[in-house]
Design a protein around this ligand. Sequence first.
Ligand SMILES: [Zn+2]
Length: 217
Amino acid sequence: MLLETQHANFSQQVLRTDVAGMPLEWIDYRDAVRLYHNEQVAYACGSMLYLVHGGYSAMTGERSVVEVNSIIATAGKSRGGHAVPHRYVPPLNNKTLFRRDGNLCLYCGAHFLSRDLTRDHIRPLSQGGTDSWQNVVTACRRCNNHKGGHTPEQAGVQLIAVPFTPTYAEYIYLKGRRVLADQMEFLLAHISRSSPLHERLTLTLRDGIGRHRDQHS
Ligand SMILES: [Zn+2]
């Protein structure tokens, strides 16, 4: 298999959607080629990422070529085998949490590298708080230490943004390693205008992706 790429490397992820265009998951070029070979790709959108040359046909002597686009709509379900449930709650992990909050400490408002951030429970676990999207925010070590085992009211601090549970499309966006402009635009259409992420994505697209801090968090 010979591979040509429009990008500097082969790790650019492909956004897989269902036939109706609902985002499902990120896949790599190998998964994408497999879907093309199994004739599961209904249509493609976005830009061409890879040109994959396969074997020569014994019948015609022609070489098979698969064009892999940045967004592919497929028949069938996601790798997990489940359709996206209506009320989906994505798994909570720090990487996605920090991206939800744009790598900002939601107490002092400063921007940090992921390694300098922590998961703060707004209502502490010791006071009956839960480990859930709506009760957790990104906090720098200093603010988290200062707040300790208290609620914001008890500690005399205020949140600069309201925590939220990402929808499925938002979660896909937050999980993306390096989201291309056309993929971002596609995902944006599935994100509610009232979501804080809608504004952030719109600004990122407007200002140019490479310069936005969200891309190298
Ligand atoms: Zn802070």
